[in-house]
Design a protein. Structure first.
Length: 611
Protein backbone atom coordinates (compact mmCIF):
# COMPACT_ATOMS: atom_id res chain seq x y z
CA UNK A 1 0.00 0.00 0.00
CA UNK A 2 1.55 3.24 -1.11
CA UNK A 3 1.20 6.71 -2.52
CA UNK A 4 1.91 7.36 -6.18
CA UNK A 5 2.39 10.51 -8.22
CA UNK A 6 3.78 11.51 -11.59
CA UNK A 7 3.34 13.42 -14.79
CA UNK A 8 4.01 13.75 -18.48
CA UNK A 9 4.77 17.39 -19.19
CA UNK A 10 7.05 18.52 -22.03
CA UNK A 11 6.94 22.07 -20.66
CA UNK A 12 8.81 21.08 -17.48
CA UNK A 13 12.56 21.09 -17.91
CA UNK A 14 14.71 18.13 -16.94
CA UNK A 15 16.24 20.34 -14.24
CA UNK A 16 12.88 21.28 -12.70
CA UNK A 17 11.12 17.91 -12.95
CA UNK A 18 12.78 16.25 -9.90
CA UNK A 19 11.88 19.14 -7.57
CA UNK A 20 8.27 19.16 -8.78
CA UNK A 21 7.88 15.40 -8.32
CA UNK A 22 9.47 15.68 -4.88
CA UNK A 23 6.83 18.24 -3.82
CA UNK A 24 4.08 15.96 -5.05
CA UNK A 25 5.46 12.95 -3.19
CA UNK A 26 6.17 14.92 -0.02
CA UNK A 27 2.53 15.95 0.20
CA UNK A 28 1.53 12.28 0.51
CA UNK A 29 4.54 10.99 2.44
CA UNK A 30 2.21 9.52 5.08
CA UNK A 31 0.99 6.90 2.59
CA UNK A 32 4.37 5.21 2.36
CA UNK A 33 7.10 5.93 4.91
CA UNK A 34 9.29 2.91 4.12
CA UNK A 35 10.92 4.02 0.86
CA UNK A 36 10.70 6.67 -1.85
CA UNK A 37 11.62 6.17 -5.47
CA UNK A 38 11.53 8.21 -8.68
CA UNK A 39 12.11 7.59 -12.36
CA UNK A 40 12.41 10.06 -15.25
CA UNK A 41 12.27 9.34 -18.95
CA UNK A 42 12.18 12.25 -21.39
CA UNK A 43 9.13 14.33 -20.28
CA UNK A 44 7.71 11.56 -18.07
CA UNK A 45 8.16 11.28 -14.28
CA UNK A 46 7.02 8.49 -11.96
CA UNK A 47 7.23 8.49 -8.17
CA UNK A 48 6.15 6.36 -5.22
CA UNK A 49 6.15 6.42 -1.44
CA UNK A 50 6.24 2.79 -0.34
CA UNK A 51 4.48 1.05 2.54
CA UNK A 52 6.16 -2.36 2.51
CA UNK A 53 3.70 -5.26 2.87
CA UNK A 54 4.75 -7.90 0.30
CA UNK A 55 8.47 -8.58 -0.25
CA UNK A 56 9.89 -6.25 2.38
CA UNK A 57 13.31 -6.12 0.73
CA UNK A 58 14.60 -3.26 -1.40
CA UNK A 59 13.87 -5.47 -4.43
CA UNK A 60 10.21 -4.55 -4.02
CA UNK A 61 10.79 -0.80 -4.19
CA UNK A 62 9.26 1.26 -6.96
CA UNK A 63 9.26 2.53 -9.62
CA UNK A 64 9.84 -1.00 -10.86
CA UNK A 65 11.03 -1.87 -14.35
CA UNK A 66 10.39 -4.98 -16.44
CA UNK A 67 11.69 -5.11 -20.01
CA UNK A 68 10.41 -1.86 -21.56
CA UNK A 69 7.78 -1.00 -18.95
CA UNK A 70 7.96 0.95 -15.68
CA UNK A 71 5.28 1.13 -12.98
CA UNK A 72 4.24 2.91 -9.81
CA UNK A 73 1.47 1.08 -8.00
CA UNK A 74 -0.73 1.38 -4.92
CA UNK A 75 -2.59 -1.69 -3.68
CA UNK A 76 -2.44 -5.46 -3.43
CA UNK A 77 -2.99 -8.15 -6.04
CA UNK A 78 -4.01 -10.97 -3.73
CA UNK A 79 -3.83 -13.76 -6.29
CA UNK A 80 -0.32 -12.82 -7.38
CA UNK A 81 1.09 -16.22 -6.44
CA UNK A 82 -1.27 -18.06 -8.78
CA UNK A 83 -0.63 -15.56 -11.58
CA UNK A 84 3.11 -15.83 -11.03
CA UNK A 85 2.98 -19.63 -11.32
CA UNK A 86 1.05 -19.39 -14.60
CA UNK A 87 3.51 -16.85 -16.01
CA UNK A 88 6.49 -18.99 -15.02
CA UNK A 89 4.95 -21.84 -17.00
CA UNK A 90 4.83 -19.46 -19.96
CA UNK A 91 8.55 -18.80 -19.62
CA UNK A 92 8.64 -15.63 -17.52
CA UNK A 93 11.32 -15.12 -14.90
CA UNK A 94 11.08 -13.03 -11.76
CA UNK A 95 13.72 -11.21 -9.74
CA UNK A 96 11.50 -10.29 -6.78
CA UNK A 97 8.83 -11.87 -4.59
CA UNK A 98 6.51 -8.88 -5.08
CA UNK A 99 3.08 -8.61 -6.64
CA UNK A 100 4.29 -5.49 -8.46
CA UNK A 101 6.52 -7.53 -10.75
CA UNK A 102 3.59 -9.85 -11.45
CA UNK A 103 1.58 -6.86 -12.73
CA UNK A 104 4.42 -5.94 -15.10
CA UNK A 105 4.80 -9.50 -16.39
CA UNK A 106 1.03 -9.83 -16.77
CA UNK A 107 0.96 -6.63 -18.82
CA UNK A 108 3.68 -7.98 -21.08
CA UNK A 109 1.73 -11.23 -21.58
CA UNK A 110 -1.87 -10.01 -21.72
CA UNK A 111 -1.67 -6.30 -22.46
CA UNK A 112 -4.31 -4.06 -20.90
CA UNK A 113 -6.55 -7.11 -20.36
CA UNK A 114 -4.19 -8.15 -17.56
CA UNK A 115 -6.39 -6.30 -15.05
CA UNK A 116 -9.27 -8.71 -15.65
CA UNK A 117 -7.11 -11.46 -14.14
CA UNK A 118 -6.40 -9.59 -10.89
CA UNK A 119 -8.19 -10.20 -7.59
CA UNK A 120 -7.44 -7.25 -5.36
CA UNK A 121 -7.33 -3.50 -5.01
CA UNK A 122 -5.12 -1.26 -7.09
CA UNK A 123 -4.38 1.97 -8.79
CA UNK A 124 -1.30 2.16 -10.96
CA UNK A 125 0.43 4.05 -13.74
CA UNK A 126 2.50 1.95 -16.14
CA UNK A 127 4.67 3.61 -18.76
CA UNK A 128 5.34 1.61 -21.92
CA UNK A 129 8.53 2.96 -23.51
CA UNK A 130 7.89 1.16 -26.80
CA UNK A 131 4.45 2.68 -27.41
CA UNK A 132 5.00 5.89 -25.42
CA UNK A 133 1.67 5.25 -23.66
CA UNK A 134 0.89 5.72 -20.01
CA UNK A 135 -1.48 2.93 -18.99
CA UNK A 136 -3.38 3.67 -15.76
CA UNK A 137 -5.92 1.46 -14.02
CA UNK A 138 -8.17 1.40 -10.97
CA UNK A 139 -9.66 -1.67 -9.28
CA UNK A 140 -13.23 -2.82 -9.83
CA UNK A 141 -14.75 -1.03 -6.82
CA UNK A 142 -12.45 1.97 -6.58
CA UNK A 143 -10.93 0.83 -3.27
CA UNK A 144 -7.71 2.62 -4.17
CA UNK A 145 -7.87 6.22 -5.46
CA UNK A 146 -6.47 7.67 -8.67
CA UNK A 147 -6.77 11.39 -9.46
CA UNK A 148 -5.52 13.20 -12.52
CA UNK A 149 -5.40 16.54 -14.33
CA UNK A 150 -5.26 16.56 -18.11
CA UNK A 151 -4.44 19.73 -20.03
CA UNK A 152 -3.54 19.08 -23.62
CA UNK A 153 0.00 17.72 -23.73
CA UNK A 154 0.25 17.82 -19.92
CA UNK A 155 -0.96 15.00 -17.68
CA UNK A 156 -0.56 14.77 -13.89
CA UNK A 157 -1.71 12.02 -11.54
CA UNK A 158 -1.62 11.17 -7.84
CA UNK A 159 -3.19 9.20 -4.99
CA UNK A 160 -4.80 12.19 -3.26
CA UNK A 161 -5.94 15.73 -3.98
CA UNK A 162 -2.84 16.91 -2.13
CA UNK A 163 -0.49 15.29 -4.61
CA UNK A 164 -1.95 17.33 -7.48
CA UNK A 165 -1.86 20.75 -5.83
CA UNK A 166 1.82 21.39 -6.77
CA UNK A 167 0.95 20.81 -10.43
CA UNK A 168 1.15 23.95 -12.61
CA UNK A 169 -2.20 22.80 -14.06
CA UNK A 170 -4.04 22.84 -10.73
CA UNK A 171 -6.76 25.46 -10.23
CA UNK A 172 -8.77 26.25 -7.09
CA UNK A 173 -12.06 26.66 -8.99
CA UNK A 174 -14.59 24.62 -7.06
CA UNK A 175 -17.15 22.28 -8.55
CA UNK A 176 -20.54 23.58 -7.38
CA UNK A 177 -22.28 20.39 -8.51
CA UNK A 178 -20.10 18.36 -6.15
CA UNK A 179 -20.60 20.89 -3.36
CA UNK A 180 -24.33 20.42 -3.82
CA UNK A 181 -24.16 16.61 -3.85
CA UNK A 182 -22.09 16.69 -0.68
CA UNK A 183 -24.51 18.94 1.16
CA UNK A 184 -27.78 17.39 0.04
CA UNK A 185 -26.80 13.70 -0.24
CA UNK A 186 -23.52 13.29 1.62
CA UNK A 187 -21.64 12.00 -1.44
CA UNK A 188 -17.98 13.11 -1.63
CA UNK A 189 -17.49 11.89 -5.20
CA UNK A 190 -19.53 11.10 -8.29
CA UNK A 191 -18.22 9.28 -11.38
CA UNK A 192 -15.11 11.24 -12.41
CA UNK A 193 -15.95 14.45 -10.54
CA UNK A 194 -14.22 15.93 -7.49
CA UNK A 195 -14.58 19.15 -5.49
CA UNK A 196 -12.34 20.95 -8.03
CA UNK A 197 -13.27 21.42 -11.67
CA UNK A 198 -9.76 20.70 -12.91
CA UNK A 199 -9.30 17.52 -10.90
CA UNK A 200 -10.75 14.24 -12.12
CA UNK A 201 -11.05 10.81 -10.55
CA UNK A 202 -10.58 7.69 -12.63
CA UNK A 203 -13.86 5.78 -12.20
CA UNK A 204 -13.83 2.33 -10.63
CA UNK A 205 -13.25 -0.64 -12.96
CA UNK A 206 -11.70 1.61 -15.57
CA UNK A 207 -8.45 1.90 -17.50
CA UNK A 208 -7.05 5.20 -18.69
CA UNK A 209 -4.60 5.48 -21.56
CA UNK A 210 -2.71 8.73 -22.10
CA UNK A 211 -0.95 8.89 -25.45
CA UNK A 212 0.29 11.85 -27.48
CA UNK A 213 -1.74 14.36 -25.52
CA UNK A 214 -5.01 12.43 -25.69
CA UNK A 215 -6.91 10.46 -23.05
CA UNK A 216 -9.09 7.43 -23.59
CA UNK A 217 -10.97 5.73 -20.76
CA UNK A 218 -12.39 2.23 -21.04
CA UNK A 219 -14.49 0.25 -18.57
CA UNK A 220 -13.08 -3.26 -18.25
CA UNK A 221 -15.65 -4.81 -15.86
CA UNK A 222 -19.23 -4.38 -14.69
CA UNK A 223 -22.05 -6.24 -12.98
CA UNK A 224 -24.50 -7.56 -15.52
CA UNK A 225 -28.11 -8.75 -15.26
CA UNK A 226 -28.58 -12.50 -15.40
CA UNK A 227 -31.62 -14.50 -16.46
CA UNK A 228 -30.55 -17.57 -14.48
CA UNK A 229 -30.89 -17.02 -10.75
CA UNK A 230 -29.43 -19.30 -8.11
CA UNK A 231 -32.30 -20.19 -5.80
CA UNK A 232 -31.60 -23.41 -3.86
CA UNK A 233 -30.92 -21.99 -0.38
CA UNK A 234 -28.63 -24.74 0.88
CA UNK A 235 -26.50 -24.79 -2.26
CA UNK A 236 -26.29 -21.00 -2.36
CA UNK A 237 -25.31 -20.72 1.29
CA UNK A 238 -22.59 -23.33 0.77
CA UNK A 239 -21.27 -21.63 -2.36
CA UNK A 240 -21.27 -18.21 -0.70
CA UNK A 241 -19.33 -19.58 2.27
CA UNK A 242 -16.72 -21.12 -0.05
CA UNK A 243 -16.26 -17.87 -1.94
CA UNK A 244 -16.00 -15.88 1.28
CA UNK A 245 -13.43 -18.31 2.70
CA UNK A 246 -11.41 -18.05 -0.51
CA UNK A 247 -11.49 -14.25 -0.32
CA UNK A 248 -10.39 -14.21 3.31
CA UNK A 249 -7.57 -16.67 2.55
CA UNK A 250 -6.25 -14.40 -0.20
CA UNK A 251 -6.60 -11.26 1.92
CA UNK A 252 -4.43 -12.80 4.64
CA UNK A 253 -1.37 -12.95 2.37
CA UNK A 254 1.16 -10.61 3.90
CA UNK A 255 4.74 -10.43 5.05
CA UNK A 256 3.73 -8.32 8.06
CA UNK A 257 1.25 -8.73 10.92
CA UNK A 258 -2.47 -8.42 10.15
CA UNK A 259 -4.97 -7.12 12.72
CA UNK A 260 -8.78 -6.83 12.70
CA UNK A 261 -11.09 -3.83 13.05
CA UNK A 262 -13.90 -5.29 15.15
CA UNK A 263 -17.15 -3.38 15.57
CA UNK A 264 -19.43 -6.05 17.01
CA UNK A 265 -21.59 -6.10 13.90
CA UNK A 266 -22.18 -9.11 11.68
CA UNK A 267 -19.67 -8.17 8.99
CA UNK A 268 -16.51 -7.69 11.06
CA UNK A 269 -17.51 -10.53 13.39
CA UNK A 270 -17.91 -12.88 10.41
CA UNK A 271 -14.45 -12.02 9.11
CA UNK A 272 -12.99 -12.50 12.58
CA UNK A 273 -14.59 -15.94 12.81
CA UNK A 274 -13.27 -16.96 9.40
CA UNK A 275 -9.76 -15.80 10.25
CA UNK A 276 -9.79 -17.69 13.55
CA UNK A 277 -11.16 -20.78 11.81
CA UNK A 278 -8.05 -20.77 9.62
CA UNK A 279 -5.61 -19.72 12.36
CA UNK A 280 -7.20 -20.76 15.67
CA UNK A 281 -4.08 -20.35 17.84
CA UNK A 282 -2.33 -17.48 16.06
CA UNK A 283 -2.73 -14.27 18.09
CA UNK A 284 -4.59 -11.55 16.22
CA UNK A 285 -5.05 -8.07 17.62
CA UNK A 286 -8.56 -6.60 17.40
CA UNK A 287 -9.20 -2.87 17.59
CA UNK A 288 -12.52 -1.33 18.60
CA UNK A 289 -13.76 2.15 19.40
CA UNK A 290 -16.63 3.05 21.72
CA UNK A 291 -18.52 5.92 23.32
CA UNK A 292 -20.28 5.39 26.64
CA UNK A 293 -21.82 8.75 27.49
CA UNK A 294 -25.57 9.43 27.82
CA UNK A 295 -27.32 8.46 24.60
CA UNK A 296 -24.13 7.09 23.02
CA UNK A 297 -23.78 3.80 21.15
CA UNK A 298 -21.59 1.34 23.03
CA UNK A 299 -20.95 -1.90 21.12
CA UNK A 300 -18.55 -3.43 23.65
CA UNK A 301 -20.97 -6.15 24.85
CA UNK A 302 -21.15 -7.57 21.30
CA UNK A 303 -17.42 -7.08 20.69
CA UNK A 304 -16.63 -8.87 23.93
CA UNK A 305 -18.69 -11.88 22.87
CA UNK A 306 -16.47 -12.31 19.81
CA UNK A 307 -13.32 -11.91 21.87
CA UNK A 308 -14.65 -14.43 24.39
CA UNK A 309 -15.46 -16.95 21.65
CA UNK A 310 -11.93 -16.83 20.21
CA UNK A 311 -9.42 -16.94 23.06
CA UNK A 312 -6.36 -16.16 20.92
CA UNK A 313 -7.67 -12.68 20.05
CA UNK A 314 -5.91 -9.77 21.71
CA UNK A 315 -8.49 -6.98 22.09
CA UNK A 316 -7.70 -3.26 22.23
CA UNK A 317 -10.39 -0.66 22.96
CA UNK A 318 -10.27 3.08 22.56
CA UNK A 319 -12.64 5.74 23.84
CA UNK A 320 -12.10 9.22 22.33
CA UNK A 321 -12.17 12.08 24.80
CA UNK A 322 -13.77 15.43 24.06
CA UNK A 323 -10.37 17.12 23.89
CA UNK A 324 -9.26 14.80 21.08
CA UNK A 325 -11.55 16.43 18.56
CA UNK A 326 -10.05 19.89 19.11
CA UNK A 327 -6.48 18.61 19.10
CA UNK A 328 -6.82 16.54 15.94
CA UNK A 329 -9.58 18.31 14.00
CA UNK A 330 -7.38 20.27 11.60
CA UNK A 331 -5.20 17.28 10.75
CA UNK A 332 -8.24 15.09 10.10
CA UNK A 333 -9.72 17.69 7.75
CA UNK A 334 -6.36 18.03 6.02
CA UNK A 335 -6.08 14.29 5.53
CA UNK A 336 -9.63 13.71 4.35
CA UNK A 337 -9.15 16.11 1.38
CA UNK A 338 -12.86 17.05 1.16
CA UNK A 339 -15.51 18.76 3.34
CA UNK A 340 -16.34 15.91 5.73
CA UNK A 341 -19.98 14.99 5.13
CA UNK A 342 -20.23 12.99 8.36
CA UNK A 343 -18.36 12.55 11.62
CA UNK A 344 -17.79 8.77 11.58
CA UNK A 345 -14.46 9.15 9.79
CA UNK A 346 -13.22 11.13 12.82
CA UNK A 347 -13.75 8.04 14.97
CA UNK A 348 -11.99 5.96 12.35
CA UNK A 349 -9.03 8.37 12.52
CA UNK A 350 -8.81 7.92 16.31
CA UNK A 351 -8.94 4.15 15.92
CA UNK A 352 -6.18 4.12 13.30
CA UNK A 353 -4.04 6.33 15.50
CA UNK A 354 -4.14 3.61 18.16
CA UNK A 355 -3.49 0.91 15.59
CA UNK A 356 -0.38 2.71 14.39
CA UNK A 357 0.84 3.09 17.99
CA UNK A 358 0.79 -0.73 18.20
CA UNK A 359 2.97 -0.82 15.06
CA UNK A 360 0.36 -2.65 13.00
CA UNK A 361 0.57 -2.04 9.24
CA UNK A 362 -2.39 -4.06 7.90
CA UNK A 363 -5.98 -4.37 9.13
CA UNK A 364 -8.94 -6.37 7.86
CA UNK A 365 -12.21 -4.46 7.79
CA UNK A 366 -15.82 -5.27 6.94
CA UNK A 367 -16.84 -2.59 4.42
CA UNK A 368 -18.91 -3.58 1.39
CA UNK A 369 -21.27 -6.31 2.59
CA UNK A 370 -24.17 -3.96 3.35
CA UNK A 371 -24.06 -2.56 -0.17
CA UNK A 372 -24.69 -5.81 -2.07
CA UNK A 373 -26.34 -8.06 0.53
CA UNK A 374 -29.18 -5.72 1.50
CA UNK A 375 -27.84 -4.56 4.85
CA UNK A 376 -29.54 -1.16 4.92
CA UNK A 377 -33.20 -0.62 5.79
CA UNK A 378 -33.68 1.15 2.45
CA UNK A 379 -33.00 -2.22 0.80
CA UNK A 380 -36.12 -3.56 2.51
CA UNK A 381 -38.28 -0.91 0.87
CA UNK A 382 -37.01 -1.85 -2.60
CA UNK A 383 -37.51 -5.55 -2.02
CA UNK A 384 -41.03 -5.00 -0.71
CA UNK A 385 -41.76 -2.99 -3.84
CA UNK A 386 -40.54 -5.86 -6.01
CA UNK A 387 -42.77 -8.26 -4.09
CA UNK A 388 -45.75 -5.94 -4.59
CA UNK A 389 -44.97 -5.71 -8.31
CA UNK A 390 -44.98 -9.50 -8.69
CA UNK A 391 -47.92 -10.01 -6.29
CA UNK A 392 -45.78 -12.18 -4.00
CA UNK A 393 -47.92 -11.27 -1.04
CA UNK A 394 -46.82 -14.11 1.23
CA UNK A 395 -43.18 -13.00 1.09
CA UNK A 396 -44.24 -9.37 1.45
CA UNK A 397 -46.21 -10.21 4.58
CA UNK A 398 -43.20 -12.15 5.91
CA UNK A 399 -40.96 -9.10 5.51
CA UNK A 400 -43.46 -6.71 7.09
CA UNK A 401 -44.22 -9.05 9.97
CA UNK A 402 -40.52 -9.71 10.45
CA UNK A 403 -39.83 -5.98 10.76
CA UNK A 404 -42.48 -5.61 13.42
CA UNK A 405 -41.39 -8.60 15.50
CA UNK A 406 -37.61 -8.44 15.09
CA UNK A 407 -37.11 -4.68 15.15
CA UNK A 408 -39.94 -3.87 17.57
CA UNK A 409 -41.50 -1.47 15.11
CA UNK A 410 -44.19 0.84 16.37
CA UNK A 411 -47.39 1.38 14.42
CA UNK A 412 -45.98 4.61 13.03
CA UNK A 413 -42.77 2.89 11.91
CA UNK A 414 -44.80 0.10 10.29
CA UNK A 415 -46.87 2.61 8.35
CA UNK A 416 -43.68 4.42 7.32
CA UNK A 417 -42.15 1.17 6.05
CA UNK A 418 -45.29 0.38 4.08
CA UNK A 419 -45.40 3.90 2.64
CA UNK A 420 -41.75 3.94 1.62
CA UNK A 421 -42.13 0.49 0.06
CA UNK A 422 -45.08 1.79 -1.95
CA UNK A 423 -43.09 4.83 -3.02
CA UNK A 424 -40.31 2.53 -4.24
CA UNK A 425 -42.88 0.66 -6.34
CA UNK A 426 -43.80 3.74 -8.38
CA UNK A 427 -40.46 5.56 -8.50
CA UNK A 428 -37.17 4.28 -9.95
CA UNK A 429 -33.80 5.03 -8.34
CA UNK A 430 -33.29 8.23 -10.30
CA UNK A 431 -36.64 9.63 -9.20
CA UNK A 432 -36.15 8.50 -5.59
CA UNK A 433 -32.71 10.09 -5.30
CA UNK A 434 -33.92 13.22 -7.08
CA UNK A 435 -36.72 13.48 -4.52
CA UNK A 436 -34.22 13.05 -1.69
CA UNK A 437 -31.81 15.55 -3.26
CA UNK A 438 -34.49 18.22 -3.46
CA UNK A 439 -36.50 17.59 -0.33
CA UNK A 440 -34.81 15.55 2.43
CA UNK A 441 -32.86 18.59 3.64
CA UNK A 442 -33.64 22.24 2.91
CA UNK A 443 -32.09 22.99 -0.48
CA UNK A 444 -29.31 25.39 0.43
CA UNK A 445 -27.39 25.84 -2.84
CA UNK A 446 -28.50 28.74 -5.04
CA UNK A 447 -29.05 26.76 -8.20
CA UNK A 448 -32.06 25.73 -10.22
CA UNK A 449 -33.53 22.69 -8.46
CA UNK A 450 -34.23 21.14 -11.84
CA UNK A 451 -30.51 20.92 -12.56
CA UNK A 452 -29.87 17.49 -11.08
CA UNK A 453 -26.10 16.81 -11.01
CA UNK A 454 -26.31 13.03 -11.26
CA UNK A 455 -27.85 10.33 -13.41
CA UNK A 456 -28.74 6.86 -12.13
CA UNK A 457 -29.61 4.46 -14.90
CA UNK A 458 -31.75 1.38 -14.31
CA UNK A 459 -29.55 -1.58 -15.18
CA UNK A 460 -31.47 -4.48 -13.67
CA UNK A 461 -35.06 -5.73 -13.89
CA UNK A 462 -35.62 -5.71 -10.13
CA UNK A 463 -35.72 -2.58 -8.01
CA UNK A 464 -33.61 -4.11 -5.25
CA UNK A 465 -30.78 -4.98 -7.64
CA UNK A 466 -30.82 -1.47 -9.11
CA UNK A 467 -30.65 -0.01 -5.62
CA UNK A 468 -27.74 -2.25 -4.60
CA UNK A 469 -25.90 -1.48 -7.83
CA UNK A 470 -26.13 2.25 -7.14
CA UNK A 471 -25.01 1.73 -3.54
CA UNK A 472 -21.87 0.01 -4.82
CA UNK A 473 -20.92 2.44 -7.55
CA UNK A 474 -22.56 5.77 -6.74
CA UNK A 475 -24.42 6.59 -3.55
CA UNK A 476 -22.75 4.83 -0.64
CA UNK A 477 -19.62 2.76 -1.16
CA UNK A 478 -17.48 5.32 -3.08
CA UNK A 479 -17.85 7.78 -0.19
CA UNK A 480 -17.11 5.13 2.44
CA UNK A 481 -14.02 3.96 0.55
CA UNK A 482 -12.77 7.53 0.19
CA UNK A 483 -12.85 8.02 3.96
CA UNK A 484 -11.38 4.59 4.71
CA UNK A 485 -8.48 5.21 2.36
CA UNK A 486 -7.67 8.64 3.79
CA UNK A 487 -7.98 7.68 7.46
CA UNK A 488 -5.93 4.49 7.14
CA UNK A 489 -3.24 5.96 4.94
CA UNK A 490 -2.97 9.02 7.19
CA UNK A 491 -1.42 6.57 9.66
CA UNK A 492 0.46 4.44 7.10
CA UNK A 493 -1.90 1.52 7.62
CA UNK A 494 -3.31 -0.68 4.86
CA UNK A 495 -7.01 -1.59 5.04
CA UNK A 496 -8.16 -4.83 3.40
CA UNK A 497 -11.83 -5.46 2.63
CA UNK A 498 -12.50 -9.16 1.87
CA UNK A 499 -16.20 -8.57 1.16
CA UNK A 500 -15.16 -6.61 -1.94
CA UNK A 501 -13.85 -9.62 -3.81
CA UNK A 502 -15.50 -9.30 -7.22
CA UNK A 503 -16.24 -13.04 -7.30
CA UNK A 504 -18.42 -12.64 -4.20
CA UNK A 505 -20.23 -9.59 -5.56
CA UNK A 506 -20.86 -11.20 -8.93
CA UNK A 507 -22.29 -14.26 -7.20
CA UNK A 508 -24.54 -12.14 -5.00
CA UNK A 509 -26.14 -10.62 -8.10
CA UNK A 510 -27.12 -14.10 -9.32
CA UNK A 511 -29.11 -14.79 -6.14
CA UNK A 512 -32.83 -14.49 -5.63
CA UNK A 513 -33.63 -11.51 -3.45
CA UNK A 514 -35.01 -13.70 -0.66
CA UNK A 515 -31.49 -14.98 -0.07
CA UNK A 516 -30.44 -11.42 0.79
CA UNK A 517 -33.53 -10.39 2.76
CA UNK A 518 -35.92 -12.96 4.21
CA UNK A 519 -38.79 -12.37 6.62
CA UNK A 520 -37.37 -9.01 7.59
CA UNK A 521 -33.85 -10.38 8.16
CA UNK A 522 -31.13 -8.53 6.24
CA UNK A 523 -27.96 -10.14 4.86
CA UNK A 524 -29.66 -13.51 5.26
CA UNK A 525 -27.14 -15.51 3.23
CA UNK A 526 -24.18 -14.08 5.15
CA UNK A 527 -25.78 -14.87 8.52
CA UNK A 528 -26.56 -18.43 7.51
CA UNK A 529 -23.22 -19.10 5.83
CA UNK A 530 -21.19 -18.19 8.94
CA UNK A 531 -23.75 -19.11 11.61
CA UNK A 532 -21.35 -21.61 13.17
CA UNK A 533 -18.71 -18.89 13.64
CA UNK A 534 -20.86 -16.20 15.26
CA UNK A 535 -21.91 -15.77 18.88
CA UNK A 536 -25.69 -16.22 19.09
CA UNK A 537 -26.37 -12.61 20.06
CA UNK A 538 -24.54 -11.34 16.97
CA UNK A 539 -26.13 -13.89 14.64
CA UNK A 540 -29.54 -12.74 15.90
CA UNK A 541 -28.79 -9.00 15.70
CA UNK A 542 -31.42 -7.13 13.71
CA UNK A 543 -30.39 -3.54 14.45
CA UNK A 544 -28.14 -1.61 12.08
CA UNK A 545 -25.97 0.81 14.04
CA UNK A 546 -23.29 1.78 11.56
CA UNK A 547 -20.27 3.70 12.81
CA UNK A 548 -22.20 6.04 15.14
CA UNK A 549 -20.35 9.08 16.48
CA UNK A 550 -21.53 12.13 18.44
CA UNK A 551 -20.16 14.70 15.99
CA UNK A 552 -23.27 16.22 14.44
CA UNK A 553 -24.87 17.08 17.76
CA UNK A 554 -22.58 16.74 20.77
CA UNK A 555 -19.30 17.92 19.21
CA UNK A 556 -20.83 20.67 17.09
CA UNK A 557 -22.63 22.06 20.12
CA UNK A 558 -19.58 21.57 22.34
CA UNK A 559 -15.89 21.78 21.41
CA UNK A 560 -16.62 22.58 17.74
CA UNK A 561 -19.39 25.13 18.24
CA UNK A 562 -17.10 27.90 16.96
CA UNK A 563 -17.47 26.32 13.50
CA UNK A 564 -21.07 27.54 13.37
CA UNK A 565 -19.74 31.08 12.81
CA UNK A 566 -19.40 30.86 9.06
CA UNK A 567 -17.81 33.15 6.49
CA UNK A 568 -20.67 33.47 4.05
CA UNK A 569 -18.64 35.71 1.74
CA UNK A 570 -16.62 32.66 0.74
CA UNK A 571 -19.82 30.70 0.09
CA UNK A 572 -21.84 33.07 -2.07
CA UNK A 573 -23.30 30.09 -3.92
CA UNK A 574 -25.46 29.33 -0.87
CA UNK A 575 -28.91 30.61 -0.03
CA UNK A 576 -27.45 32.53 2.91
CA UNK A 577 -30.77 33.56 4.43
CA UNK A 578 -31.94 29.93 4.50
CA UNK A 579 -28.65 28.69 5.93
CA UNK A 580 -28.70 31.29 8.71
CA UNK A 581 -32.26 30.33 9.53
CA UNK A 582 -31.34 26.61 9.78
CA UNK A 583 -28.24 27.32 11.89
CA UNK A 584 -30.32 29.42 14.26
CA UNK A 585 -32.85 26.61 14.70
CA UNK A 586 -30.01 24.17 15.34
CA UNK A 587 -28.47 26.43 17.97
CA UNK A 588 -31.83 26.49 19.72
CA UNK A 589 -31.82 22.69 20.00
CA UNK A 590 -33.54 21.56 16.78
CA UNK A 591 -31.75 18.39 15.59
CA UNK A 592 -33.88 17.59 12.56
CA UNK A 593 -31.27 18.89 10.12
CA UNK A 594 -28.16 18.38 12.24
CA UNK A 595 -26.40 16.42 9.48
CA UNK A 596 -26.88 19.32 7.08
CA UNK A 597 -25.58 21.82 9.65
CA UNK A 598 -22.51 19.64 10.17
CA UNK A 599 -21.89 19.54 6.41
CA UNK A 600 -22.23 23.30 6.13
CA UNK A 601 -19.79 23.85 8.99
CA UNK A 602 -17.29 21.44 7.46
CA UNK A 603 -17.65 23.07 4.04
CA UNK A 604 -16.96 26.48 5.54
CA UNK A 605 -13.87 25.20 7.35
CA UNK A 606 -12.61 23.42 4.23
CA UNK A 607 -13.03 26.50 2.05
CA UNK A 608 -11.32 28.69 4.63
CA UNK A 609 -8.33 26.38 5.06
CA UNK A 610 -7.92 24.07 2.06
CA UNK A 611 -9.72 25.56 -0.96
Amino acid sequence: MCGIAGFIDPRISAQDAPALLERMLSSIAHRGPDARGTYFHESMALGQNRLSIIDLSADGNQPMHYFNASIVYNGEIYNYKELRATLIQKGYRFKTASDTEVILASYREYGRACVTKFIGMWSFALYDELSGELFCSRDRFGIKPFYYISDGDRFYFGSEYKALRPSPCFSNDINIDQISRGLQLGWVCYEDETYFNCLKSLPAASNLIYSKGKISIEKYWDLNPTTTLASNPEECIHEFRQLLESSVDLHLRSDVEIAICLSGGIDSSSLTGLIKQKYPTLPHKTFSIYYDGPGEVDERPFIQEVNDKYASLQPFYYKPEEGDILELFHDIMHQVDVPATGSSNFSHYYLLKKIKEKQVKVVVDGQGADEYLGGYMHSMYRMNADLMKHFRLKSLFGNLAGNVSRQNQSLGEFVSTLGKSGLSLFMNEMRLYTFEYKNYFPFVVQRDKQNIPFNLNSRFNEGLDNFLYQLIFTSSLPTILHYVDRMTMAHSVESRVPFLDHRLVEYAFTLNSNLKIRNGVTKYILRESVKDLLPDDIYNRRDKKGFVTPGEQKWLRGPLKHLLKMDYKKMDFLNVALVKQEVEKYEKGDNRNSKLIWRLAMLNYWMSNFQ
